[in-house]
Design a protein around this ligand. Structure first.
Ligand SMILES: Nc1ncnc2c1ncn2[C@@H]1O[C@H](COP(=O)(O)OP(=O)(O)OP(=O)(O)O)[C@@H](O)[C@H]1O
Length: 322
């Protein structure tokens, strides 16, 4: 992705790359879909947008993508305001919606070319760009297929190709991995990480937290239309999380756990692994040392859930407004 943009974007505000959102609000009639969202997504990093169903994520993305006007608050995308300078934002921003739009009759190649033409590229350059992107998202073999014939995962890849046509510096990805098979997910992760490494700002919305753990550097949590405060996040992130423990001798492991005074209610099993909650990494490390000291032959000892998931689950347990 080292293409020179074919459409020169107006100069962005120096030092104002990335996405900066402050006090954003948007209602639909009586429904306050977004009531107070504030966050920053920085260039060179992948930022996860995390929240339960109906939290306001899609409404937020639509406002960032210039497709919906906020009722209040400010937005800067790559240094431009989507409300006052929507065309400038569209030039620097690539948007991958959670479902590919129509254009059913067009071939895959043509769908990319037409997008490139809409961004003002010449016919020749649009063709070249289609070649580059078909290869990038591994759709060369389907270049002539009508887009209606694509599977869900193939449509996702075409959608990503279209979002990248104009080599944007800011990328908004809504559930990008949905429908992708495991190999395509790994390829997507590597592609997105590479795009961020090159200095782009990437904001990814997904419900699959395990996937975001491997993809994102930072996270913004949204709940009931509002971004969650740093203070609440810190409390949620401090909640105990389960660790998965395995041993060559499961009976010795179980017996030692009981002998160490762990309440039975805290112990659960998945297959041949034991799950135990620890309040901190320090507590987990001490417990492991004790197991080893007792001669338990431990083969695996690791958190069963990642940081994003622990925080997400912890938010359900801590009190207080977002
Ligand atoms: N056009 C609309 N008209 C009325 N209500 C809407 C509209 N769009 C969204 N909403 C409401 O706003 C709230 C936030 O919706 P939004 O789609 O932004 O949530 P989300 O976080 O993307 O949810 P999900 O994770 O389920 O996709 C929901 O209560 C939804 O019903």
């Amino acid at each position: 992705m080292s293409q020179t943009p074919q459409v020169a974007a107006p100069p962005a505000i120096p030092g104002a790359g990335g996405i900066v959102v402050n006090g954003l609000r948007r209602s639909f009639g009586d429904v306050r879909a977004v009531r107070d969202i504030t966050f920053e997504a920085r260039p060179g990093r992948v930022t996860a947008l995390i929240g339960p169903n109906g939290a306001g994520k899609t409404t937020l993305l639509l406002m960032l993508a210039t497709l919906l006007t906020p009722d209040a608050g400010t937005i800067s995308v790559g240094g431009h305001d989507p409300v006052t300078s929507p065309s400038a934002v569209r030039r620097v921003m690539g948007w991958m919606p959670d479902a590919l739009g129509s254009w059913n009759a067009l071939s895959v190649r043509r769908a990319i070319e037409v997008t490139a033409l809409l961004y003002g590229m010449t016919t020749e350059r649009a063709r070249e760009r289609a070649d580059e992107l078909l290869s990038l998202v591994s759709l060369e073999s389907l270049a002539q297929a009508p887009t209606r014939a694509l599977s869900r995962g193939q449509k996702q890849r075409l959608s990503l190709a279209r979002a990248l046509v104009h080599d944007p510096s800011v990328l908004l990805l809504d559930e990008p991995a949905s429908g992708l098979d495991p190999a395509a997910r790994v390829a997507l992760r590597e592609l997105v990480r590479g795009l961020a490494r090159d200095g782009r700002t990437v904001l990814v919305s997904s419900h699959v937290l395990a996937e975001l753990e491997e993809l994102a550097d930072d996270a913004v949590y949204v709940e009931g239309g509002a971004s969650v405060s740093a203070e609440r996040l810190a409390r949620a992130g401090a909640a105990a999380r389960p660790w998965r423990i395995r041993s060559i001798d499961p009976a010795h492991l179980s017996w030692s756990i009981a002998d160490l005074g762990v309440p039975t209610a805290d112990v659960s099993t998945i297959g041949d692994a034991v799950l135990l909650p620890f309040a901190s990494d320090d507590e987990a490390a001490s417990f492991l040392a004790e197991l080893v000291r007792r001669g338990v032959r431990v083969t695996a000892f690791a958190p069963a859930i990642g940081d994003f998931e622990r925080t997400f689950q912890g938010l359900g347990d801590v009190d207080g407004a977002a």
